[in-house]
Design a protein around this ligand. Structure first.
Ligand SMILES: NC(=O)c1ccc[n+]([C@@H]2O[C@H](COP(=O)([O-])OP(=O)(O)OC[C@H]3O[C@@H](n4cnc5c(N)ncnc54)[C@H](O)[C@@H]3O)[C@@H](O)[C@H]2O)c1
Length: 336
């Protein structure tokens, strides 16, 4: 299946198909210098398969984990391209999760003022969320995504078969983002999560449903001026929990799952809770409330003006509202 993303400033195709990686040679223009960026947690055969289709591949394997989304790693990729004589006609391919996609995308955005970028996401999170929408970034001084660019890929290849090697906790982590999209935007997709049996093509159907939502949201609001904020559902409190628990014990999607619960009406929460439990996502947590609050109210502007949050009163729709910090402080009591 091909989903075409079209916004004011860019357009590109998402190819969603089982075993699509095997067709990368036909789907992408690899008859040039190609920098393939992967990490050492991704099965090497995925990047090697891409390399086998390239006229002149350079394969870079970085350490897995968020630390690779750094200025040093970004500089390393640029230096490699310079050393190998890359020009503006050459390209970068990310083969990995959101960390590799964000990093490689930003390297492509900045090398020679921008060269072609292809994304082949290999985690659920990157297949349903981060590979679409054109956000690329690295972290600086411990601040996530503080340096980056809106830089759309030329094409995205989504092959659900690549998820067979992904640990179950990482699968659930990514599905939290899909639950978020379903709960706020698509009642039918949420029902898929409520189904008792998850058949063979269940995951592909969820990925497709989530991609359709992400596509329509970024098409309507490319640069997060309004509607795109709906994708932050669960993220405000989730970010507070992530900070208060030291960014180590819980994965991002797990914090998003926790962050959604207090922002729902009791009726919606009663449906969300069993969905999260069945996926193996956490529904309770203990953390230092003041630390979480400090992370949420990270700047004076938030304290003075309040924070825009997303609330769910009914499955399949959302309310966007500016609230004072005191509102969020009260919501944090939910976990006590
Ligand atoms: N650009 C965006 O719009 C956007 C949106 C959401 C999140 N993000 C970013 O995405 C990042 C998180 O992405 P993620 O959750 O994919 O994490 P990740 O990229 O760190 O991948 C998670 C782990 O899975 C391993 N892995 C990847 N594919 C695998 C496979 N097929 N089989 C086995 N192991 C595999 C990786 O080596 C890594 O250890 C964060 O940096 C976040 O800021 C970006």
């Amino acid at each position: 299946m091909i989903l075409s993303v079209k916004t004011g400033s860019f357009g590109y195709d998402i190819i969603l198909a089982q075993n699509a990686l095997q067709k990368a040679g036909a789907l992408l223009n690899l008859a040039r210098k190609v920098l393939i960026v992967t990490d050492d947690g991704v099965p090497p055969v995925y990047a090697e398969t891409v390399a086998s289709f390239c006229a002149s591949p350079t394969l870079v394997t970085l350490p897995q984990g968020e630390d690779s989304k750094s200025i040093a790693a970004w500089q390393g990729l640029l230096e490699t391209m310079l050393q190998k004589g890359f020009t503006r006609s050459d390209c970068v391919v990310a083969v990995g999760g959101g960390v590799m996609g964000d990093l490689a995308g930003f390297a492509a955005a900045s090398f020679m003022r921008g060269i072609d970028f292809y994304n082949i996401p290999t985690t659920v999170l990157s297949q349903v969320d981060s590979s679409v929408g054109g956000k690329t970034a690295v972290n600086l001084n411990g601040i996530k995504n503080s340096v980056g660019a809106f830089y759309p890929p030329r094409k995205v290849i989504i092959d659900p078969a690549l998820l067979a090697t992904l640990p179950p906790r990482q699968v659930a982590n990514g599905l939290a983002e899909a639950v978020k999209m379903a709960l706020t935007c698509d009642r039918a997709l949420f029902s898929l999560f409520e189904e008792r049996e998850h058949g063979a093509d269940w995951l592909s159907c969820v990925i497709e449903g989530a991609l359709r939502i992400k596509k329509s949201v970024v098409e309507a609001d490319e640069k997060e001026a309004g509607l795109r904020k709906v994708l932050n559902f669960g993220h405000t409190l989730g970010h507070g929990i992530e900070s208060a628990t030291g960014f180590s014990s819980l994965l991002h999607g797990e914090c998003v799952a926790l962050g959604m619960l207090p922002m729902c009406s009791p009726a919606v929460r009663a449906r969300l809770m069993p969905v999260l439990e069945r996926l193996g996502l956490p529904t309770s947590v203990s953390f230092d409330k003041q630390k979480a609050l400090a992370a949420i109210a990270h700047d004076k502007k938030a304290l003075a003006d309040g924070v825009t949050v997303i609330l769910s009163e009914e499955v399949g729709s959302f309310i966007m509202k500016k609230v004072p910090i005191a509102f969020l402080e009260e919501k944090l009591d939910y976990y006590c």
